[in-house]
Write a protein that binds this ligand. Sequence first.
Ligand code: PPS
Length: 304
Amino acid sequence: MSVGPKKMEFSRGELFDFHGVAMVEQFTKNWEKVQDFQARPDDILIATYPKAGTTWVSLILDLLHFGQTAPERQTSIPIHLRVPFLESTLLSKDGGLNVGTDVAENLTTSPRLIKTHCPVQFVPKSFWEQNCKIVYMARNAKDSMVSFFHFERMTMTQPDPGDWNSYFHRFMEGKIVVFGSWYDHVNNWWKKTQTYSELHYMFYEDMIEDTGREIDKLCSFLGLTPSAKEKKQIMYGVQFDNMKKNDMTNYSTVITMDLNISPFMRKGKVGDWKNHFTVAQNEEFVEDYKKKMKDHTLQFRTEI
Ligand code: PPS
């Protein structure tokens, strides 16, 4: 069965070193405009290392802010246009370029919800100057690695991930995966919580464990008080199976992804790494992880 619009031929991006972080041109082509982006004080930035559940948080924030006042958004505008990906330049269906900064600047909503995968040092300075609220979602390294591997297989503009074993080593190395090292990303954003109070650091595993509890925490950070009815609607809309069925959130409208290879909404679980890691790989990973993750205040769960 074929899914989504007719696919075109794409050339897979080539990785290169960009200020010490591996990148592909899709995310650096518009760099000047990204760095000069003028944030507004009520903008909310959703920051993640790829595959941490960005789309999940994006939908939750969109529903919290606009679910009642503009419900038609939910069925008419794909999530990546409601919550633009700031540094991305992506081909659109008509062959034009979908530029993250342009989409963000053209948003008519308030607040504007904006997505980034930038390591903390790449975030445009206006977000800090405007004291914007930032939601950072982190996911354990093993499941992030597995999810990213499948994502790269099906995203025709990303580098080919190669076979699982070589990808596994590249991910640990951190130098030859897009957006660089998972370890640096989660650690440096974690450090930022010590100096920037408008940063809410949350975990994918906590969301899986108790979505309602995590939405409550998010609301208290954002100063929102949804009614019980509203919260119930949100909880329903953001369930994995519902987001998977929903063409506005399952990325079936994005032509660079071949969902026949692997769906964007793939498994949505904690612990899928167990279906990919060999015993030897797991031992190697754990040893390496201990060396890299020295800050014991930052703890991830790889099963719940
Ligand atoms: S991206 O491309 O970086 O923006 O991807 P991102 O949205 O961060 O992450 C995609 C993974 O998140 C899972 N996901 C969910 N899990 C549980 N519940 C819900 N509602 C949900 N929505 C998205 C999605 O399935 C991807 O993880 P994997 O492990 O590949 O399934």
